[in-house]
Design a binder for this molecule. Structure first.
Ligand SMILES: *Cc1c(COP(=O)(O)O)cnc(C)c1O
Length: 422
């Protein structure tokens, strides 16, 4: 979570440009889709690779009122960076920093009795009640308390701790397994069980501030899942949770990250020249090769060797041969772009560049993994950081062949937030 970031014009080896106006517009679009619910921006894993502190601030500027992380360390780092409001974290292990979390006024998730014991002990030591959210497993089969006896025991123990002044049960919550597959029967089944487990806890006297189950795909496609709060991650970053749900544009979203690199070398080679480790690509004729100076250490998936797309000098090229740790090669087919030209691996797509979804398809994975794995060696460059600025789908200039212009024109007119789809 570096607080200093390079300027959009610095001549960098590689950069992940983060368009905070797009992020704010996405948050506004999501809020419009779930008007009765508060919005939690999920900023775990350094905001899916986009930079947690700046993205969290931008999300709050656009009306998110909660931040969510997986680990308590991630949540504590946000608080230490001065982020206000409600911050929830859910991935706890025994011996975790419960007391620090209570003192930082975090909401903590509890899925089982061991966690409730640890949090009540920490609350006693801190002398302040812990904000506890009880998590139900309504069918994901991952974390969360099982329905039936386990839920009865956990709810009973949490109420007893609340009566002692050690915890405040602020939330009841769960998580979907298949919300990205519209109409999957588990969606309705999980909602039914969630309602049942809520009703049980509320009948016993739990008075939660928030009940929540919706992630991005449910926020986009299952309105009856919104309850009091929606927890959106991937959609905040402008990426569709699944191609089945449509493109980002179909959903009124705009991708926030543009990943590009500076072409490091262009050279003419003869026919029959092996390219990169293992010689899995051999030039079919005399051609030119371009060196793209990013590799799997930067999060470029090695599984996309021979298939990953990149826009160079206005044309789509494909990673030729193996993607190495720090670099890969594209066959430029005789073209000779200047060294220093931008090679755009992915971005919103409206300047002809590939998208994170294209890389996901090339690597046999999901776009979540593509953006999240972009490594710390790639500087994040923030554009449109001021809340007043907005971004227009038609005027950003991410594909800049000379590699010299400002990456995205700040403060242009159109507001993508007004395109909120339904
Ligand atoms: C990651 C996560 C989310 C956000 O999921 P998206 O599909 O990215 O919106 C929500 N809730 C929990 C518990 C998560 O772990």
């Amino acid at each position: 979570m570096n607080e200093t970031a390079p300027s959009p014009t610095a001549p960098l080896r590689a950069r992940a440009e983060i368009d905070l106006a797009a992020l704010r517009a996405n948050v506004r679009t999501l809020r419009a889709l779930a008007p009765g619910a508060a919005l939690m921006a999920v900023v775990k894993s350094d905001a899916y690779g986009h930079g947690a502190v700046r993205c969290a601030r931008a999300a709050l500027d656009a009306g998110a009122t909660w931040l969510g992380t997986a680990t308590p360390e991630e949540a504590l780092a946000l608080r230490a960076a001065g982020l206000p409001g409600r911050i929830m974290c859910w991935l706890w292990t025994p011996g975790g920093p419960w007391q620090e979390a209570i003192e930082a006024d975090l909401d903590v998730s509890v899925s089982g009795m061991w966690a409730l014991r640890e949090v009540t002990r920490a609350a006693r030591a801190a002398g302040v009640p812990a904000r506890v959210q009880l998590k139900a497993d309504t069918g994901l089969g991952r974390s969360g308390c099982q329905p039936g006896e386990d839920w009865a025991e956990l709810v009973g123990a949490a109420l007893a701790a609340e009566a002692e002044g050690l915890v405040r049960i602020t939330g009841l919550w769960s998580h979907f397994a298949c919300a990205d597959e519209p109409g999957h029967p588990s969606i309705a089944a999980q909602l039914d069980l969630f309602r049942e487990m809520l009703a049980y806890a509320q009948a016993r006297g739990v008075r939660p501030e928030v009940r929540h189950i919706a992630n991005s795909p449910a926020t986009l496609t299952v309105p009856e899942s919104h309850f009091d709060l929606v927890r959106t991650g991937i959609a905040v970053y402008g990426i569709s949770p699944s191609p089945e749900l449509g493109t980002p544009a179909d959903l009124g979203l705009r991708p926030v990250m543009t990943l590009s690199a500076s072409v490091a070398l262009v050279k003419r080679v003869p026919a029959g020249h092996g390219v990169s480790y293992g010689h899995h690509y051999v030039t079919p004729g005399e051609t030119t090769l371009g060196l793209v100076p990013v590799g799997y250490a930067d999060g470029i998936p090695r599984h996309a060797s021979g298939s990953g797309p990149v826009l160079v000098d206005g044309k789509w090229r494909t990673a030729a041969g193996r993607i190495a740790m720090d670099q890969f090669v594209v066959d430029l087919g005789g073209d000779e772009p200047e060294p220093g030209s931008r090679a755009v691996l992915f971005g919103p797509g409206d300047h002809g560049e590939p998208t994170a979804e294209d890389w996901a398809q090339a690597a046999g994975t999901i776009a979540y993994e593509i953006v999240t794995r972009i490594g710390t060696r790639v500087p994040r460059v923030y554009v449109n950081e001021e809340p007043g600025t907005s971004t227009a789908t038609t005027t950003t200039t991410t594909a800049d062949p000379a590699g010299t212009a400002t990456a995205a024109g700040p403060a242009v007119t159109a507001d993508t937030g007004k395109r909120s789809g339904t």
